[in-house]
Ligand binder design. Structure first.
Ligand code: OGA
Ligand code: NI
Length: 352
C-alpha cells in the first residue's frame, strides 16, 4: 500500500498449481497443526448464526434494529447486511468481472498485474515474510482505491474494460455504505453526531480479491490464515455461493454462509481502538474444499494515513478507562503488514 514499507515475498500462482492433476499437496502449502476445517457448530445442538442486519431499517432509525446492530458489533464483530439498496447490477457486474479477471491467461497476469518486490499491490499473497513460511491455498489481487494518490500508477489503468469501470462504481458505492454504517454505529453507541464519522472523511479504501481453488486435500491447507482485519470496517462480497469463511466465536469456528444480496460486514482493529474496545474485531479465516473454487472481494476502509486514532473521548468513562494508546494509522498498518498473519495479536501493541 502506498506509504507503506511492508512487503511480501513473491510466490507462484496457486490457481495454476491447482490446474495440474495433483493428488498430494506440495509441502510448502501443508499446514500440519491447524484447527479442523469443519466448522464446529455443525455438530452442535444449538447452532449459532452470524447476525443479519437490515440497512433500510437502520436508516429509518428503527430502535430495535439499532439495538441489533449494537449487539452484533459487541458480541460478534461480524454481521450480514441486507436491504443495502446497492443496485443489483453493480454487484452482478463485479461478480462477473472478478471471475473473468482471475481467468486471464497467467502470462498476461504475470506481465501486467503481478506483485513486484517492495509493493504488495497486484496478484500474489500478502504477509509472506520468509521462504520457510507455509503458504496459503489462494491467489489474491490487492489494490488501493482511495485516496486517489494511494493508487498504483499502472494497475487500475491496465485492468480491462468494462471491469475497470464497474470496479470504480463499486468502490464508490461501498464508501457510501461505510458512511451509513458508521453513522448508525454512532447512534447505537449514543455518541455525538460526527464523532466517529469525522474519522472517515475521505477514507482510505483498498480491495482484496481472493481466489481459492479447490484442493484434493482440503484439510491440509488453509485459504487464508486466521487473522483480524487491521483497518476499521471491511465490507466483503462472497462472489459465488460457496462456503469457506469462518469466524472464531467462543473458541469455535462458525461458518458465514453465503446469503444472496448481502454483504458481510466486519469490524477491524482500528474500529475496536476508536470504540475503546466496545466493538470488537474478530478472528476469521478462509477454508478450502475439494470440489469448488471460491471467490470473494474484501473491501477495507480506514481513516487516512496521516490521522491518529485512539479511544474516542465519550467512550472513555470512569467504569471504562481507555484500553488503548493513541497511534498513527500509518504506523499501525506498517507494523501489521510486516508480520506473518497470526490470529488477532497485533492490536496488543497498542493495549494499555
Ligand atoms: C480478507 C478476508 C475472507 C474471505 O480478505 O481479509 O478475511 O472469505 N477474506 O475471503
Ligand atoms: Ni479478513
Amino acid at each position: 500500500m502506498a506509504m507503506m514499507k511492508g512487503t511480501s515475498l513473491l510466490v507462484p500462482s496457486v490457481q495454476e498449481l491447482a490446474k495440474q492433476a495433483i493428488t498430494k499437496v506440495p509441502e510448502r502449502y501443508v499446514h500440519p497443526n491447524q484447527d479442523p476445517i469443519v466448522a464446529s457448530n455443525t455438530t452442535n445442538s444449538l447452532p449459532q448464526k452470524v447476525p443479519v442486519i437490515d440497512l433500510s431499517k437502520l436508516l429509518s432509525d428503527d430502535a430495535t434494529e439499532l439495538e441489533n446492530l449494537d449487539h452484533a458489533c459487541r458480541d460478534w464483530g461480524f454481521f450480514q447486511l441486507i436491504n443495502h439498496k446497492v443496485n443489483p447490477s453493480i454487484v452482478e457486474n463485479m461478480k462477473i468481472g472478478v471471475e473473468q479477471f482471475f481467468n486471464l491467461p497467467i502470462e498476461e497476469k504475470k506481465k501486467k498485474f503481478w506483485q513486484t518486490p517492495n509493493d504488495m499491490q497486484g496478484f500474489g499473497q500478502l504477509f509472506v515474510v520468509s521462504d520457510e513460511q507455509k503458504l496459503e491455498w489462494a491467489d489474491m489481487f490487492y489494490i488501493n482505491t482511495f485516496p486517489l494518490y494511494s493508487r498504483h500508477p499502472n494497475l487500475i489503468p491496465t485492468i480491462p474494460l468494462p471491469f475497470r469501470d464497474h470496479l470504480e462504481t463499486y468502490c464508490l458505492e461501498l464508501k457510501k455504505i461505510l458512511v451509513k454504517i458508521i453513522g448508525s454505529m454512532e447512534k447505537a453507541l449514543k455518541m455525538k453526531t460526527n464523532e466517529l464519522l469525522e474519522f472517515f472523511e475521505d477514507p482510505g479504501q483498498g480491495l482484496r480479491m481472493n481466489y481459492y481453488p479447490p484442493c484434493p486435500q482440503p484439510e491440509n491447507v488453509i485459504g487464508l490464515n486466521p487473522h483480524s482485519d487491521s483497518g476499521a470496517l471491511t465490507i466483503l462480497l462472497q462472489v459465488n455461493e460457496v462456503e469457506g469463511l469462518q469466524i472464531r466465536k467462543d473458541g469455535m469456528w462458525i461458518p458465514v454462509k453465503p446469503l444472496s444480496n448481502a454483504f458481510v460486514i466486519n469490524i477491524g482493529d482500528m474500529l475496536e481502538i476508536l470504540t475503546n474496545g466496545i466493538y470488537r474485531s474478530i478472528e476469521h479465516r478462509a477454508t478450502i474444499n475439494s470440489k469448488n473454487k471460491r471467490i470473494s472481494i474484501a473491501t477495507f476502509h480506514r481513516p487516512q494515513m496521516s490521522r491518529h486514532i485512539g479511544p474516542t473521548p465519550t467512550l472513555i468513562t470512569a467504569e471504562r478507562p481507555a484500553l488503548f494508546k493513541r497511534i498513527g494509522v500509518a504506523d499501525y498498518l506498517n507494523g501489521f503488514m510486516l508480520r506473518k498473519l497470526h490470529g488477532k495479536s497485533y492490536i496488543d501493541v497498542v493495549k494499555i
